[in-house]
Design a protein around this ligand. Structure first.
Ligand SMILES: Cc1ncc(COP(=O)(O)O)c(C=O)c1O
Length: 437
């Protein structure tokens, strides 16, 4: 086993990473699906910085973005530009086109703040009220979004305790904590989702002072361990939330832009949301820009008044130009649906072959678009993640794990990953599992 990682120096914020390990690689360059560390070891990025790099590491995108804004001064959020208007209308079409409904786009900074803007839009329509989410959800770590996210750890130091949040049961029907032996979501769960909604309305539904203002969901829970809510269960929850008058908010921060197959994750289950939030697939890691689309008239200035939210760096020209350049890439990718399907099949095939060689360690594997998950037979994900990085003599592989699902390895490489790289991935996976026993 090789472990060429460097010790973390003990100064400033060094080492304040989510993956706490005494030694981590320090990256110096990247190209395609590959990152290179200071010691020369190469790492295949199978977590693609949690979905921010759909097109892989590609300096030409950054150069192109800078070329597009080199004549512009560093405009703050309160100054209009042609570039901003162009990006806004391109983003608006991405969602309105898919839903066949006109809408408006707000820009924002990163995922958590955009989720707060989505809540503001819902509260502007409905008044402040209860927000309903699924157990296992992750919507950010800001004061407000940490209330929606499942891990209580995010709320320890700062949280908006005044926000009333109701958590529907975990929608991971494939390893259901309520009925582990069933092959899918039973009618019992669907009725239960509706019943919890009714109990909610018992304390404050329509006609009462407290009401359900928003239902927020991920079409595939990333931090929850790559969980796709059973479609029937999701439909029940959405239908019931609508009956309560709630605004339906799709958190597409991770799943948006073909990460899980179609352009939007909600298209997998055929859900029609009122508000769509996305970011990671828009800037290929080159800017912290996010967007909030809302169906007309939710974001109309008469209802959601201008100035309800802003932030100085929303839409600085370099960020807008980055999104503009990345949107060109997306538009040019005319075979995207077919290619993502092929990627899904390739990942599933390779994972299944490796899993078959290690039946005691791997409980199940599955792929959804450009994501996949490996469910292990126990909470070994942290140790296996380390082995992915270090076990193979030729190269490491970066994979994601989460505290909420310690038996799951999350995979989401750049969408442009090729067959030889997937072969190497399978070889490293095999070696890492050998090291686990
Ligand atoms: C589904 C989802 N929602 C919200 C967020 C928060 O985004 P950010 O880290 O940019 O605040 C993330 C980030 O991983 C996410 O995956």
């Amino acid at each position: 086993m090789t472990d060429n990682s460097s010790p973390i120096p003990s100064f400033a914020g060094a080492g304040n990473l989510v993956y706490r390990e005494p030694e981590v690689p320090r990256f110096v360059s990247g190209e395609g699906c590959w990152l290179t560390a200071a010691d020369g070891r190469r790492y295949l990025d199978a977590e693609a910085a949690n979905g921010t790099v759909p097109f892989g590491y590609d300096a030409t995108l950054l150069h192109e973005a800078l070329r597009r804004c080199e004549q512009l001064p560093g405009l703050p959020s309160f100054c209009e530009s042609d570039l901003r208007l162009k990006v806004l209308s391109r983003l608006e079409r991405l969602v309105s086109g898919a839903l066949g409904t006109p809408g408006r786009v707000e820009l924002d900074l990163g995922g958590a703040q955009a989720m707060e803007t989505a809540l503001r839009i819902a509260f502007a329509a409905n008044g402040p009220g209860t927000v309903v989410v699924f157990e296992g959800a992750f919507h950010g770590r800001s004061g407000v979004t940490s209330m929606l996210s499942s891990s209580p750890r995010y709320r320890e130091l700062l949280a908006a305790w005044g926000l009333e949040v109701v958590r529907l049961p975990n929608p991971d029907c494939r390893r259901c904590p309520h009925a582990p032996a069933t092959g899918g979501c039973g009618t019992g769960c669907r009725e239960a989702v509706a019943r919890w909604g009714s109990e909610l309305s018992g304390v404050g539904g329509n006609g009462f002072r407290r009401k359900v203002s928003a239902f927020v969901f991920e079409s595939v829970q990333n931090v929850g361990g790559m969980v796709e809510p059973e479609h029937a269960l999701l439909h029940s929850a959405v239908d019931h939330a609508r009956e309560q008058g709630a605004v339906i908010i799709a958190d597409e921060i991770f799943t948006g832009m073909h990460r899980v197959g179609p352009r939007w994750g909600f298209q997998r289950a055929g859900i029609v949301p009122d508000v769509v939030v996305t970011s990671k697939g828009l800037a290929n890691g080159g800017a912290a820009l996010s967007m909030v689309w809302s169906r007309e008239p939710l974001g109309h200035p008469d209802r959601y008044r201008p100035g309800s939210h802003s932030s100085t760096y929303i839409g600085i020209p370099s960020a807008l130009a980055m999104v503009d350049a990345v949107l060109d890439r997306w538009e040019g990718w005319t075979t995207v649906d077919k290619d993502i399907l092929r990627l899904e099949e390739s990942m599933r095939e390779r994972l299944a072959a490796v899993a078959a060689r290690h039946p005691d360690l791997v409980a199940s594997v599955d792929a959804m678009g450009g994501t996949a998950r490996v469910v292990l037979s126990g909470p070994h994900a942290g140790r296996l993640r380390h082995l992915f990085r270090s076990a193979h003599p030729e190269a490491g592989v970066l994979v994601a794990t989460t505290g909420m699902a310690p038996d799951v390895i999350n995979l989401h490489p750049p969408l442009v990953i090729g067959e030889p790289e997937l072969d190497l991935f399978a070889e490293v996976f095999d070696t890492a599992l050998d090291g686990l026993v």
